[in-house]
Design a protein around this ligand. Structure first.
Ligand code: NCD
Length: 363
């Protein structure tokens, strides 16, 4: 097995800092890196639509002198014939040196990582996580603020299904004195496992529905799209889709140096008028994403064999006999031969989390 990136928690703080350092060096001396991946192939396996992430991975590999194979539509892959993720991962390992996978089911890249013989990068799994977007976000914050310590960061919009939010909070939690302001409608509040991560680190956070009130306190504001494709009920999406729209008027309430981030695509949660505001950082994020993916590809290709995935090493697994994950978006729902697997998160209340999708289950 090779080192993979399934969850942002797979990277230590020192490793994140190292990736930022490499990305900054790539920005300063691109020529030095132009042939680093000559002869290497990246496979992009995108079972779910993407513009930025897939092309960013591809551009990253090409700028390192490597080449790219893959597909951008599940319908053109053998998944339509019923091939499992495990088999796909084994097959692609024969063709490519590294895999970037996006999948609508939560936990699919973990299954790939456990079965591939090359590194697997999670490029987004359902509403669960999206660690490489976090790398883009972190480099952006770092370049704007020069630090992650002592920042008050607001997250606004769909905090329930927004996988980029889950991963970015997982990363920021580890820095000193970071405060989070979680701005969302009641229905789209942050999932339990992300709250738990903040609690583990003793991070100060508030949950609110009021963007205007939060704005003057923020050093950075992370806006998100309401994730239409993840709603079980389309009428619920229609009701919530325009819950927050950042306008020029509202930006007057923000500090003069509040960085506005958004993983994109934007629907209408940020007015286009704000694009010319120097606090708007969302297009810078796109470019930073490519540099961080270059740094990540270099890192993972340079690492040797590992005993297990970091993701699994962090789990305190329990005897899962009789336990079945209830999340309809979990990879175990589609691939029923996968072993149900749970880790303990709260011994006192007998609360477990599915290893694949993090859904909570009380035994
Ligand atoms: C995000 C994603 O796919 O989760 N986009 C991206 O990768 N830049 C955010 C989104 O789709 O809203």
């Amino acid at each position: 097995m090779r080192r993979s990136l399934i969850d942002i928690l797979d990277l230590s703080t020192a490793e994140i800092d190292e990736l930022i350092k490499t990305a900054m060096d790539i920005i300063a001396k691109p020529k030095k890196y132009a042939k680093k991946c000559q002869g290497k192939k990246l496979a992009t396996l995108f079972f779910e639509p993407s513009t930025r992430t897939r092309l960013s991975f591809e551009a990253a590999m090409l700028e390192l002198g490597g080449s790219v194979i893959g597909f951008s539509d599940a319908n053109s892959s053998s998944a339509t014939k019923g091939e499992s993720i495990a088999d796909t991962a084994k097959v692609i390992s024969c063709y490519a040196d590294i895999i970037a996978m996006r999948h609508p089911l939560e936990g699919a890249p973990l299954v790939a990582g456990l079965n591939a013989t090359v590194p697997v990068i999670n490029a987004g799994d359902g509403g669960h996580c999206h660690p490489t977007q976090t790398l883009a976000d972190l480099l952006t914050i770092y370049r704007e603020k020069g630090t992650f310590d002592n920042l008050t960061v607001g997250f606004c919009g769909d905090l329930k299904y927004g996988r980029t939010v889950h991963s970015l909070i997982g990363a920021l939690c580890r820095y000193k004195n970071v405060k989070m302001v979680l701005i969302s409608p009641e229905e789209l509040k942050l999932p339990y496992y992300v709250i738990k991560e903040m609690n583990n680190h003793g991070v100060e956070f508030v949950e609110t529905t009021d963007l205007e009130k939060a704005l003057p306190t923020l050093d950075a504001l992370y806006m998100t799209r309401v994730q239409r494709e993840r709603f079980p009920d389309p009428t619920e999406y229609e009701r919530l889709k325009d819950c927050y729209i950042l306008t020029e008027e509202k930006m007057k309430l923000a500090k003069s140096d509040t960085s506005v981030l958004h993983p994109l695509p934007r629907v209408n949660e940020i007015s286009v008028q704000i694009d010319k505001d120097e606090r708007a950082c969302y297009f810078k994020q796109v470019l930073n994403g490519k540099y961080m993916r270059m740094a990540l590809i270099l890192k993972l290709l340079s690492e040797g064999e590992v005993e297990n995935l970091k993701y699994i090493e962090r789990c305190e697994l329990v005897d899962s006999t009789g336990m079945v994950c209830t999340n309809p978006k979990c990879i175990t729902k589609k691939e029923q031969e996968l072993p149900q697997s749970f880790k303990i998160v709260d011994k006192e209340h007998d609360i477990h989390r599915c290893v694949y999708c993090e859904h909570k289950l009380k035994r």
